[in-house]
Design a protein around this ligand. Sequence first.
Ligand code: PLP
Length: 503
Amino acid sequence: MPAQPQPPALITLFENTATTAGLRDRLCAALRQAISSGALTAGERLPSSRLLACDLNLSRVTVEAAYAQVEAEGYLQRHTGKGTFVSQSLPRAPSARKSKVVKPGLARISARGQKIVATGGCRDPQSPVAFAAGSPDLRAFPLKIWKQMTARQLRVEGERLLGYGDPQGYLPLREALARYLQQSRGVSCTAAQILITTSSQQALQLLAMLLIDPADSVWLEQPGYPGARNAFASAGADICAIPVDDQGMAPDPAFPIPRLIYLTPSHHYPTGVSLSLPRRLHLLEFARRHASWIIEDDYDSELHYDGRPLPAMQGLDKHQQVIYLGTFSKVLFPSLRLAYAVLPPALVAPMVTLRTVNDGHSSQLMQAVTAEFMHTGHFASHLRFSRQLYHSRRDHLLAQIGQKIDWLIPQVSAGGLQLAAHLPAGQEQYFSTLAAQAGIETPRLSPLFTGNGGSPAQHQDGWLLGFSALTPSEITTAVNRLASLKVPAISQTMPAATSQPRR
Ligand SMILES: Cc1ncc(COP(=O)(O)O)c(C=O)c1O
């Protein structure tokens, strides 16, 4: 019988297969790939195990074992006395020349999908390194109580918590939230208006899906929360970035009438400014006149250190146009994945239906534990404790920067887990690189600015410094590192008076 020439593709594939695999597995992988790519065609005869072993410098036993394995998978047919052949019954691989050239990657994604990918998404910090923004101090969480309550819920409620749950959310949690929001935030609602979600981000995504048609105008604060920008941009909205001054969002009549206005009125993200009462009333009246929705994202108002925050805007709404959002990510812990929306009655049924097609509901067990944590007063005492802890950390960070760094101007804010700090104009990239080289994370302010109508965003240079998850000595060490950076002379480049701290 004439010697079969060795298929060169098979040899190349074998040589290129990950060398960490065993020799038999490498040969199996090369055979599968050669057949599924069409390099070996249906019915083609393979070299004998002796010849292939010789060419690949393998033992004949290894080649026999690989042939037997790939035969068992259906890629090969072996006939005693005749040889080894590529199976005739496999679907034919497309011929490279005939198949239409398809651009890899985005070409197979829908237009909506491409918009979502283009936003770049949003990722939260995964560890409490200085100065990653936005995380509570998980080391200060009352884990022991939480464990006891989890065990108690499982003992008492048992398998009732293991099944699918109410897509609107666990009723005792919605009741606890309604009471808490009325008393502490002046939100006017009943448990029937509350929808539990896994995050504020999920609530934003659902609202964008329900309320926004492509090219609808959506007003966002400038600078503003990228999570909201991404949610509305991915729904095809026309984003209008409205400037924020020391009274919060300052609407300009030149902007198109919005279908929806997204706000962080208690504590503007990222500057911490509170939306003044006249502006709140003006925006509510504006929304009434133009039938616009308002989303009030009250993401961290519980963590307020100087005086009391203004009550929620939702409590001033007479026309059921405000959707109030809150989250447990900041006041309990982010991996809990529980947040809530207080909906105008007309939106309850549509949003619950949307929730059913968007992963159904949140974990019943975690909702039950959170409800018990609230009912038994542990939530209120954990809030009091966190407020004191983060208050002292904010003051410590401000004092440290004030004493040691003259090129960074913090913007004092009355609450929250982070603060904005301004850098000399045009220096954000340079200073961030220096800080990164010193092992300090400094989330940048410029990505929080959006250009309007396709024009590039005018931004302020600065950082958003998270302090809540850091102990005083961690804050001191990190500020010392920043203070020792070799920065250029700055007298000409500090921000203008308008971006100096408010107090
Ligand atoms: C303004 C704002 N809203 C919402 C959230 C996130 O909440 P969640 O984890 O529930 O999506 C954040 C997180 O940093 C935020 O800054």
